[in-house]
Design a protein around this ligand. Structure first.
Ligand code: ZN
Length: 245
């Protein structure tokens, strides 16, 4: 049995299908990730095809049938096209990184309404920000990790419980979490946060808007997230978008 549903969605990927159509993956508010067929989307006049484009925030009416792998788009309206992200390569790179993580790590049809609302909020922030877009996206990724069950905690040492201040270097084990320097001498350490990097993660968590951080630290922070995810998700092959340029 099929049903007509209406939902808000962000388009997270899109590819050609046959000579005339496209397949898109939508991250929807109510139904999680859904793959849709957009018939006739490749013709130049097709408004639907232009609206169902990567990164667009849309409202969509679907003909949904559980037994079908691809759902059919009946009608679509654009809610936000985030033009300031599309016009800025750096903003685009970090935004696509977030979409890629959702695309690769969230199974189809698993509902993630909180994550959806978080994504829409962060897209709007990145669109309008004048500071480095890596910062709001990293904040979103920390929230994303929490939502999918891999929360990072920066409060205290896994072994002795020592609370961390903002001015110290801290060790990390991908399985156990943060480890103080004393306990780090006796246990396996997979990664070491410099004082600056650890402080950066603490600032992200405290929702500070004016964070001073350099490109090198941003790069190390994203590499750390990538390694952490590879450790926990064996089939995860890394974040392609972050290495694009
Ligand atoms: Zn300790």
């Amino acid at each position: 049995m099929s049903e007509i549903i209406k939902t808000d969605a962000v388009v997270i990927s899109k590819m050609d299908y046959s000579n005339t159509s496209k397949i898109a993956v939508l991250f929807t508010h109510e139904f999680g990730k859904i793959s849709v067929l957009v018939k006739g989307a490749r013709s130049a006049q097709a408004k639907t095809g232009r609206t169902v484009d990567v990164l667009n925030y849309i409202q969509v009416i679907l003909n949904k049938k559980e037994t079908r792998e691809l759902q059919y788009v009946n009608q679509v309206d654009l809610l936000d096209g985030y033009s300031k992200i599309k016009d800025d390569l750096v903003k685009l790179k970090y935004t696509v990184t977030g979409l890629e993580l959702i695309n690769t790590l969230i199974p189809e049809a698993e509902q993630h309404s909180r994550l959806f609302r978080g994504l829409v909020k962060i897209l709007s922030q990145i669109n309008n920000t004048t500071s480095h877009p890596a910062i709001p996206m990293l904040r979103f990724i920390l929230f994303f990790l929490k939502e999918i069950g891999f929360e990072l905690q920066f409060d205290n040492c896994f072994y002795c419980g020592k609370e961390f201040s903002d001015a110290e270097s801290v060790s990390f084990n991908f399985e156990k979490g943060t480890i103080c320097n004393d306990c780090g001498k006796d246990h396996l350490v997979s990664f070491t946060f410099t004082k600056e990097l650890f402080n950066f993660f603490l600032c992200l968590r405290q929702k500070e808007s004016n964070i001073q951080v350099n490109e090198r630290e941003i790069e190390i922070a994203y590499n750390f997230i990538e390694k952490y995810l590879k450790f926990h998700v064996p089939e995860f092959k890394g974040i392609k978008s972050i290495h694009l340029y």
